[in-house]
Ligand binder design. Sequence first.
Ligand code: NCD
Ligand code: ZN
Length: 338
Amino acid sequence: MTEIILHEPLDMHLHLRDGAMLRIVAPLSAHSFSGALIMPNLVPPVTDAESMRAYRKRILAAIGDETFEPYMTLFFKPEYDLDFLAPMAEELTAVKLYPAGITTNSEGGVSGFDIEELRPALGALSELGIPLCIHGETGGFVMDREKEFVPIYEALADAFPDLTIIMEHITTAESVAALDRHPNLYATITLHHLLITLDDVAGGMLQPHLFCKPIAKRPEDREALLQAALDAHPKVMFGSDSAPHPQHAKECPGCAAGVFTAPIALPALAELFARHGKLENLQHFVSSNAQRIYGLNPPKKKVRLTDTPMRVPEKYGEVVPMFAGEEIGWSIDAVSVK
Ligand code: NCD
Ligand code: ZN
């Protein structure tokens, strides 16, 4: 039997939703992760200290006794400034910027990326040492949206050299290459983008549960992401982008974007890293890099995984997970908090 013990696993891009959905999905992440960066794209989005604090309380209520830190974010608005952000800086782990209308619940995001217009808000984040997480896609052709956004990432990285910029859920070889050109650019990578390409989504019968934004790309893109993750590239972190939608919103015309991976993420990552002989690098990808990049000190948690297969449930509540009904070669054997 092969095993790995992960310390303080972190999911640096997680959608927990609200209400009944929050109560179903939050305990699943809180069981195996020490903490997660919580995305603010609720309806309405989290845009002030009061709603951020109230949402954090609802998350803590939903996870019960689990040891888990919800690292909170705010939905970026160009009108944010130092006076607005400074009083909540201690409670904010990051601010998340969405281009307007690019993905689920992002209608109130940014249109156009005029550096001078963004200067007060981004200057304030830079001064306060709050990282900016960006969903980097243009409104162009769907396969080119992320590639077209790379120059915007680079212009922002140059204009705000002291601002930590996280390229969220990168899906292309171009984004991986950009990491090495700018000291202040970092990235998260999802589980599903390490495993699938567009072929898995739409190459055969349409697979709505693998449909997400950004859409999975080409084999050479997946290869570049995989190399960065497996080699424990110091600027990449695991962010599941686990994005639950009820089954009826996925299995229909107008299928919502999002892959639900939170409950199976660590076993599937362990299987992937083991298959490539890189298990020793998983700790960097799922925790150490994020702790260093964000300056986090997450609650202690040890997760022991072994190569004992698990059968993935067909559903968690009304949500169909990735690999529903299939077997994963690894499973969580024990979780302990010190
Ligand atoms: C996310 C969601 O459903 O909130 N969907 C997705 O396809 N990833 C939003 C996002 O991160 O783009
Ligand atoms: Zn997301």
